[in-house]
Design a protein around this ligand. Structure first.
Ligand code: AQP
Length: 344
């Protein structure tokens, strides 16, 4: 293995983190801390691809940072920082804007979903978002990227960009001493969380999302006991009892989603959940699920609230993380600039 194994991932401060972020990505992040050098970012440059109120954005950056720490990321062990404090992200993204092809970005389904029908009004940043994501990862030559299933296509694009950069500048890369011509690694997606795609509580065909207008569609990591109970009680279901086997979940997206959440939170399989609840109505299952969510998320919410009482301490963690991130990215960016032909 030529490249040192290094993990990079991030979340957008576009609102409050939810159960999808937690089960789809964050649990894996916490796990990887034990074995890898990890860099976890609050991706504020990504957040502004859709307009954000400046004061709310500042608060959201702190709250996402607090959620990282409260959920179990250790700022001593891992690097935690916000993206805009390390200029390498924006610099490398510009270079990648000139490497990636328009046709590649045109195929990105997330842009199509987020831009909606009126694409002409979407920001240029929203379109170029995957190039910035490739820069986030490759500014550290990260080799592993733990994400939810929705980010798979963007990761494939990051691999294509790494490969094209290596190809476009092969001679300069070799001249810089990388004899095999490989400057950037091909980052591997790690899509192995306990629930890689958690769906909306209001519509089993849409993913749980921060920017979905209805707050009833998601469980936020900071929701209190009453709110969690209310959201689960109101979660869309069908009139049938739960099946006894997983085959019986097909064609029942809402039931499948709730059983999947229960399984992920208990660290078991859907089959185990159905062994306990098969044949029972949602009126029996939902209170058990609500209780489980409160048990698992309650301590996180309390810790977020405690950390948010000291914003200066959160800012200090972010500055320290940014200094450590910059120390890794700066020499890589110096080499990139030499390879591309800039004078520095
Ligand atoms: N519903 C989900 N199920 C599993 N994983 C999910 N992730 C997001 N939603 C789900 C994973 O969480 C990480 C951070 O996501 P993000 O903040 O960068 O943005 P996103 O993927 O676009 O998530 P949201 O909540 O839908 O944010 P908005 O509404 O702002 O776009 C990623 O690893 C993602 O896969």
């Amino acid at each position: 293995m030529k490249f040192q194994e290094r993990v990079f991932s991030g979340m957008q401060p576009t609102g409050t983190l939810h159960l999808g972020n937690y089960l789809g990505a964050m649990l894996k992040w916490i796990d990887l801390q034990k074995t890898h050098e990890c860099i976890y970012c609050v991706v504020d440059l990504h957040a502004i691809t859709v307009w954000q109120d400046p004061e709310e954005l500042r608060q959201a950056i702190r709250q996402v940072t607090a959620s990282y720490i409260a959920a179990g990321l250790d700022p001593q062990k891992s690097i935690l920082f916000n993206q805009s404090q390390v200029s390498a992200h924006a610099e490398l993204a510009w270079i990648f804007n000139c490497v990636a092809r328009l046709g590649w970005l045109g195929r990105m389904t997330q842009f199509k979903d987020k831009a909606g029908k009126d694409r002409e009004k979407a920001s240029v940043g929203l379109y170029a978002y995957p190039n910035l994501m490739a820069a986030d990862i490759l500014a550290y030559r990260a080799t592993h990227v733990p994400v939810g299933d929705d980010q798979k296509q963007h990761l494939e694009l990051a691999r294509d960009i790494a490969q094209k950069f290596n190809g476009d500048f092969a001679a300069a890369i070799k001249a810089a001493g990388h004899e095999d011509g490989e400057f950037f690694p091909q980052p591997e997606p790690v899509i192995t969380g306990p629930a890689t795609r958690v769906m909306s509580l209001r519509d089993g065909s849409r993913k749980m999302s921060k920017s979905e207008p209805s707050d009833l569609s998601r469980i936020n990591l900071i929701d209190d006991v009453d709110l969690i109970a209310k959201k689960i009680k109101k979660a869309k279901t069908d009139p049938e009892a739960l099946p006894s086997e997983t085959d019986g979940l097909s064609g029942r997206p809402e039931a499948d989603n709730l059983v999947g959440i229960y399984a992920a939170l208990t660290g078991t399989a859907k089959a185990d959940v159905l062994a306990d609840f098969g044949g029972r109505q949602f009126s029996a299952f939902k209170p058990a699920l609500a209780e489980l969510c409160v048990e698992k998320l309650g301590p996180i919410a309390q810790e977020v609230s405690r950390l948010m009482n000291d914003p200066a301490e959160i800012d200090r963690v972010l500055v320290d993380g940014a200094n450590r991130a910059r120390a890794i990215a700066s020499p890589i960016m110096d080499e990139v600039k030499d390879i591309v032909g800039f004078i520095r």
